[in-house]
Design a binder for this molecule. Structure first.
Ligand SMILES: [Zn+2]
Length: 223
């Protein structure tokens, strides 16, 4: 899954209003931020097989440290702990931890059987990606819902807060839809570097835009 992860980041603003959208983007996409690094280090492995379904060209041979449920619980606990230590907001730390783990749930639904509960475990996946149309519909609905929740939870303080947000949403959506029509690079290292670059840019822009918006209520929604 791609924009569905960001959708959860947007929506989480309602649960953790004092937390930057940048942080709320890092948490659900942490697995995909770690994956290119582990791949480039040779710890995890993948290869590209060109085919008609753009979601299925990337074969993830093994990626237990970035994507197994066990690993994501550990990463989520670590991220949540660091956030709690730095900001003292235990509730937001819990939301962050859950967002990190949510990545596994969404990828379990979308991937073909290649994702594990723990390193060395059986490979699982419900394979939503087998239907590009269903995948696009699910992710689009999620993104719209996430943005609507974020819009209700925060208001623009200036032009950057207003138009920057829409710019971010448009670029996120465009980068997603464009992958449907462009051939994915066959060089796995180029794919990893490109992915990491764009994910980092999305986080930075989200952090920047969020600084130009006010939360509508400091009272978070009940968990
Ligand atoms: Zn992933």
């Amino acid at each position: 899954m791609f924009i569905g992860h960001y959708a959860l980041g947007f929506a989480a603003k309602r649960l953790a209003p004092r937390t930057s959208l940048g942080t709320l983007f890092v948490a659900p996409t942490l697995a995909d931020l770690l994956w290119p690094i582990f791949l480039l280090l040779g710890i995890e492995h993948a290869h590209v097989v060109p085919g008609p379904n753009p979601f299925l060209t990337l074969w993830l041979d093994d990626y237990p440290y970035s994507h197994s449920l066990f690993a994501l619980i550990v990463w989520g606990a670590l991220f949540g702990f660091l956030y709690k230590t730095k900001r003292g907001d235990g509730r937001a730390a819990l939301v962050i931890g859950l967002l990190v783990v949510s990545h596994w749930v969404l990828d379990f639904v979308t991937h073909r059987p290649d994702i594990q509960l723990y390193p060395g475990g059986a490979k699982l996946g419900l394979g939503l990606w087998n239907s590009p149309a269903a995948t696009v519909i699910v992710e689009t609905v999620m993104l719209i819902a996430g943005v609507v929740i974020y819009l209700r939870a925060s208001g623009a303080r200036d032009a950057i807060g207003r138009w920057g947000l829409w710019g971010l949403v448009v670029v996120l959506a465009a980068s997603y839809y464009s992958t449907l029509f462009t051939a994915s690079p066959t060089d796995i290292r180029a794919l990893a570097i490109g992915g990491l670059f764009f994910e980092a840019v999305f986080v930075l822009v989200a952090w920047w835009v969020d600084r130009h918006r006010n939360v509508t209520s400091n009272r978070p929604a009940p968990l």
